[in-house]
Design a protein around this ligand. Sequence first.
Ligand SMILES: C[S@@+](CC[C@H](N)C(=O)[O-])C[C@H]1O[C@@H](n2cnc3c(N)ncnc32)[C@H](O)[C@@H]1O
Length: 278
Amino acid sequence: MQRNPHKEPKPEIWRILSKMRSGRLRTMALKPEEDAYGQEIWACYQGKEVFEVVERDDGYIDPSPHGPKIYFSRYADWAPYHRRAMDFVKGRVLDIGCGAGRHSLYLQEKGFDVLGIDNSPLAIKVSKLRGLKKARVMSIDDLNYKPDTFDTIIMMGNNFGLLGGFKKARMVLRKLHQMTSRNALVIADSLDPYKTDNPDHLEYHKQNKEKGRMGGQVRIRIRFKRYVGRWFDYLMVSKEEMKEVLKGTGWDVRQFIDSEGPPYAAVLGKMAQPRPLA
Ligand SMILES: C[S@@+](CC[C@H](N)C(=O)[O-])C[C@H]1O[C@@H](n2cnc3c(N)ncnc32)[C@H](O)[C@@H]1O
């Protein structure tokens, strides 16, 4: 086909911008060597003894001995606040960052129609192998479902964190508003980052605030053997901060569910409309 000689080719940047606006530009898929989360979940699925190593951008390393084992835990072993959060689930469910699928599988067994998404191909493979019928490799950044597709969105295992930071959280929450039914709920858990006396954490919060970030907006990556995940922002908020993040997004807190420590769950309800973006 002959090109129109009078039509200037679009510069690359315009093509990218217009794809971003139309939602046609997908976040670059994780390369196999970046799927550190998936590799640890895969190893755990195969019965290997696995640690989870979280590296923060100030060099702080947090190895968790329960690591991915907890992603395979059964309902009976979950903390009471975690179990209580599941009582609010209704209708068609989207599980964002489903990991090995423990919440999705529990809800599927209860008869709910559940879709689990995760940006880790291996985590999705494991979820499917464990019996999850609907599971997709997808990043929270690429959500693009039609209105009224879901009645409940769950973000468990500290996955309020996937909202990343103040600005991104508000953008994603608006998207969740569009994709859900009229009385939809978001059920998410977080951890109050300020309930600590660890001087490294306290210093990190201070430096974050000096940089204009939220105190508990941790920049982390997962490491497993020779696999190194991508850096990403994971957001931990106090209850007051959560309310601040929600303002104008069309969601408000219906109920907090406390644990005995810093973690807590929140049930967010849908209000009529988000405020238009300024
Ligand atoms: C802390 S784990 C929680 C897993 C699961 N919800 C649970 O509680 O067992 C976080 C999960 O989020 C996934 N994840 C990380 N970044 C993501 C993104 N941008 N989009 C979707 N999932 C993501 C990880 O692969 C991992 O499976």
